[in-house]
Design a protein around this ligand. Structure first.
Ligand code: PLP
Length: 392
């Protein structure tokens, strides 16, 4: 009954959703009736601290008892925002000392591009082939996917699409470029890590032509790659950092991080350069604060690389696996053929695990469990995935 209503009255993103009714979620598990599923997706890199962590549930309950929405973003002093902004910027480089809160990754991408255009006075932007930055008109414009774009034209003009890891393409970043937006590790492309020196070369090119460098860490942020932020791993600091997903600890929250001076460009000329009603919602910021405190106090971020390596090494030995691409606990298992990857998702559900595909890598499936996964649960994940691979 509820399933029929789901398909009838809830808008669908695709003709084939997982459509499993979840009763509750806890740690790395989702529960549906008498079935338990190991979560290998984390809601696409959202639930990095696991589901329903008591610290986050308590923070949400407490804030909900104090106040929800008060006024459009930026008018009132709301303690959850202030405390979160202060903790977050304390762990970022000095040039990233201020956060402008929004609601989602796409909105943060949009705001980051507006900021770069406003600061440089330029119109062109550059992005990378097979990038994913969300689903708004702005985000769609950045992508290199005519199948998804054509139905929604006109999109933003003056976007240059560069090839990731191709240093020769960086020459297309010119004094007309307002900004270059890049995922430091490409997620939906199927976990493509930057080649040695690529992000440094990108940084240098941006500096030499005066373009701003925007890192989209919506998927890689908050420990996913084994560092709190992927840029730390490569020693390249962006001018603007885009955050969402795990930022909110399971609640919807996005943010554009830059220097206070730069973000002040939204404040004047024009005044109210970016407005959001719900951005930085106090209950979401309370969850974000509890989540960040957990990530800073637990060993999960430091352990992500070791746990990811264990999963990668164990699965790479299976004869059905053609390759593993990985950064920390963001793992792409390549089966060589799209039909096999699709079949694998069904087999995994059957064996008791939820995985997902990558938008721009149809031969691979994803393993990105909550970072709070224990070593025993890592072995359970390896066992479940191996059983499913055996049945391919
Ligand atoms: N940027 C990246 C790298 C993403 O992976 C996503 C979502 O998957 C987005 C931006 C868009 O985020 P949202 O879905 O919150 O708009």
């Amino acid at each position: 009954m509820i399933s029929r209503t789901f398909f009838r009255h809830v808008g669908q993103t695709s003709p084939s959703p997982l459509a499993i009714e979840i009763d509750r979620a806890d740690g790395v598990f989702l529960y549906s009736g008498d079935r338990r599923y190991l979560d290998l997706v984390s809601g696409v890199c959202v639930s990095n601290v696991g589901h329903c962590r008591p610290e986050i549930v308590d923070a949400v309950r407490e804030q909900a008892g104090n106040y929800f929405h008060l006024m459009v973003y930026g008018e009132m002093i709301e303690a959850p925002q202030v405390l979160h902004a202060s903790l977050l910027t304390s762990i970022l480089p000095p040039s990233l000392d201020c956060i402008y809160y929004v609601n989602s990754g796409s909105e943060a991408v949009d705001a980051a591009l507006k900021l770069a255009k406003r600061l440089t006075g330029r119109r062109r932007v550059a992005s990378f082939i097979n990038c994913y930055h969300g689903s708004s008109h702005t985000s769609l414009s950045l992508m290199s996917d005519p199948d998804r774009q054509d139905a929604f034209r006109p999109l933003l003009p003056e976007v240059d699409h560069l090839r990731f890891n191709r240093i020769e393409d960086l020459a297309r970043i010119t004094p007309e470029t307002a900004c270059v937006i890049v995922e430091p590790v490409q997620g939906e492309a199927g976990v493509i890590v930057p080649a040695p020196g690529f992000l440094e070369a990108l940084r240098n090119r941006c500096d030499s032509v005066g373009a701003m460098l925007v890192f989209d860490e919506v998927q890689t942020g908050f420990g996913r790659t084994g560092r709190m932020f992927a840029f730390e791993r490569y020693g390249v600091v962006p001018d603007i950092l885009v955050l969402a997903k795990a930022l909110g600890g399971g609640m919807p929250l996005g943010g554009v991080v830059s220097s206070k001076e730069r973000l002040d460009a939204f404040t004047c000329d024009p005044v109210l350069g970016h407005i959001t009603t719900f951005g930085g919602h106090p209950v979401c910021c309370a969850a974000a604060l509890a989540s960040l405190r957990l990530l800073l106090s637990e060993p999960w971020v430091a352990d992500a690389e070791r746990k990811g390596r264990r999963i990668g090494e164990a699965l790479s030995r299976h004869p059905a696996v053609c390759g593993i691409r990985r950064s920390g606990l963001l793992v792409a298992v390549d089966l060589g053929r799209p039909e096999l990857a699709e079949k694998m998702l069904g087999l995994l559900v059957d064996e008791g695990a939820i995985s997902d595909y990558f938008l721009y890598n149809p031969t691979s499936f994803r393993i990105a469990p909550p970072l709070s996964i224990s070593d025993a649960e890592v072995e359970e994940a390896v066992g479940i995935v191996t059983k499913a691979l055996d049945r391919l």
